[in-house]
Design a protein around this ligand. Structure first.
Ligand SMILES: *Cc1c(COP(=O)(O)O)cnc(C)c1O
Length: 245
């Protein structure tokens, strides 16, 4: 595949995905743009991230460090001044908090007191060192089925974790919640449940406006149930290669 044909392929997939989101917003009676697209570039090279930035995409997610940090650095070097953000959406080892705090707009997968402390320390340092200029955004990851393997905390644990994040005002900002729908059962039931949890949560934390939910396969359902950020990989990038580049 030539360079140009990959860009054309990404442009077509990006347009088709934007159309799906717009149709879902309209069907749900939601304002255009109220569900934003985050493109998940994991397992694809920095060149694809650069192509998408040049095509006008602005919000990205990655799930592994140091691969994520390397890609961001490469694109920032190749396209100086390019306007894009990268969120961390995968589970985070505490020892990687320091580098993640340098490039991530937000960490969407915060699910423990220990990780919150590590991110607060890391964000404070990144601010002091000039690696970032704004607090590190935090989304608390909800677990709908309590399965520890998939990460997240059950709804009962959210208030304490939220207080903890807010105690680091200045270093961290509590932006909302993230959910990965369990594979078993109906996506609509899971996503409706997540929306109820988010509605409750916002009563205590009105600033926490984000609900990151929905992926390539279920984004319409997620938009129906209040998603503000759909995380789309396969539908734009194509099937993931077996080996990370
Ligand atoms: C990979 C990934 C996605 C994207 O999934 P697709 O089905 O490829 O769209 C979304 N969210 C998280 C947390 C992921 O790891």
């Amino acid at each position: 595949m030539t360079e140009d044909s990959r860009s054309r392929e990404l442009a077509a997939a990006l347009a088709a995905t934007r159309k799906r989101i717009a149709a879902a917003e309209a069907a749900a009676g939601r304002a255009p743009g109220s569900a934003r697209l985050m493109i998940v570039t994991k397992f694809f090279p920095a060149e694809d991230l650069a192509r998408l930035v040049l095509l006008g995409a602005g919000e990205f997610g990655e799930n592994r460090e140091p691969e994520a940090g390397r890609k961001v650095a490469q694109v920032r070097t190749e396209l100086p001044g390019a306007d894009f953000t990268m969120d961390m959406i995968g589970s985070v080892q505490r020892k990687k908090a320091r580098t993640i705090a340098r490039w991530a707009r937000r960490v969407q997968s915060v699910d423990s007191v220990e990780l919150t402390e590590a991110l607060a320390t890391a964000a404070t340092k990144a601010l002091d060192d000039g690696h970032r200029t704004t607090p590190l955004g935090v989304l608390l990851q909800i677990s709908l089925d309590g399965d520890p393997a998939r990460g997240g905390v059950v709804a009962e644990q959210l208030p304490a974790l939220a207080e903890q994040v807010r105690s680091h005002d200045g270093a961290l900002s509590l932006d909302g919640l993230m959910v990965i729908a369990p594979l078993h059962g109906q996506a609509a039931e899971h996503l409706a449940h997540a929306q109820r949890i988010a509605d409750d949560f916002r009563r205590d934390h009105p600033e926490a406006v984000e609900l990151s939910s929905g992926m390539s396969g279920d984004l319409e359902t997620a938009v129906e149930f209040g998603s503000t950020c759909v995380r789309v990989g396969t539908a734009i990038m194509g099937p993931r290669p077996l080996v990370s580049p």
